[in-house]
Design a binder for this molecule. Structure first.
Ligand SMILES: Nc1ncnc2c1ncn2[C@@H]1O[C@H](COP(=O)(O)OP(=O)(O)OP(=O)(O)O)[C@@H](O)[C@H]1O
Length: 246
């Protein structure tokens, strides 16, 4: 199996404690290969911490995170955090291709410009991050993540700063571009979860557990007019309330 074949990600008995608060105790789950997995849950429950553990940015003393092909996860992951982490001294195009530069590869300018066009920001390719709005900066961070073309993509609230029209367009573009990759996406938006999720899990409790919710059948992104979306969203919201309050 090539390093570009997306693996499943296995979370086994992961435990994490911060300042005497046990976020996870023996957490187990599987994020299936080549699918969009969504995590929702109350603020502070531990969603970002789990994503950082998978990305190798947060150490956990107990438990393991591994790929089902037993190959290392590092170098196969593209991670988009809540902060855009754009380099203030670099122009937008340079920010998008930064990964290539850091690896000593020739940046693929054509590909970067195409992604910038798809996220509606080719006109700011030569600008600096400080000249952009918060929503524009978030789309640049998205463009940088998509440019990397890794088999595993971790995204922490990637569309949270966007207006609803742009958000819908970015969901569609992202789902199409990342089709077949192993994606884990955190969101607070039940509609987004139902539109993109091929696995949907709610994180709740202390220590936190993961609970499966219904997914809408068929390929993603689901069209906005799909009536099953409304039903799945209502179910998800009810489950979210139930698990968050219990
Ligand atoms: N490096 C750290 N040191 C100490 N505490 C931390 C650290 N990182 C996170 N925490 C704490 O762990 C808890 C979970 O944080 P986390 O960011 O994972 O939550 P979240 O579910 O992603 O929240 P949100 O939806 O608001 O982004 C919070 O109480 C947070 O203060």
């Amino acid at each position: 199996m090539s390093d570009y074949n997306p693996p499943s990600i296995l979370i086994e008995n992961v435990s994490l404690t911060f300042n005497n608060c046990q976020l996870f105790k023996n957490l187990n789950t599987v994020f299936p290969a080549g699918k969009f997995s969504i995590i929702l849950g109350a603020s502070g429950v531990g969603k970002s911490s789990l994503l950082k553990i998978i990305a190798g940015l947060q150490h956990c003393k107990l438990g393991s995170v591994k790929a089902d092909d037993n190959k290392s996860l590092s170098k196969r992951i593209s991670y988009m955090g809540q902060q855009d982490l754009l380099m203030p001294w670099a122009r937008i195009l340079h920010n998008v291709t930064l990964g290539s530069k850091l690896r000593g590869e020739k940046p693929n300018r054509h590909k970067a410009l195409d992604i910038l066009k798809q996220v509606g920001l080719s006109h700011v390719a030569n600008a600096y991050p400080s000249e952009l709005s918060g929503g524009m900066r978030q789309r640049i961070a998205l463009a940088r993540t998509l440019y990397e073309n890794r088999p595993i993509v971790l995204m922490d609230e990637p569309f949270s700063a966007l207006d609803s029209v742009t958000r819908t367009n970015m969901q569609t573009y992202t789902a199409k571009l990342l089709k077949g990759k192993t994606v884990i996406l955190i969101t607070h938006d039940p509609f987004e979860a139902c539109r993109l999720g091929e696995q949907i899990q709610i994180m709740a409790g202390t220590p936190a557990k993961l609970y499966d919710s219904l997914v809408v059948p068929g390929s993603i992104p689901h069209p906005l007019e799909n009536l099953d979306l409304q039903k799945a969203q209502a179910h998800l919201l009810s489950l979210l309330i139930e698990k968050t309050q219990s």
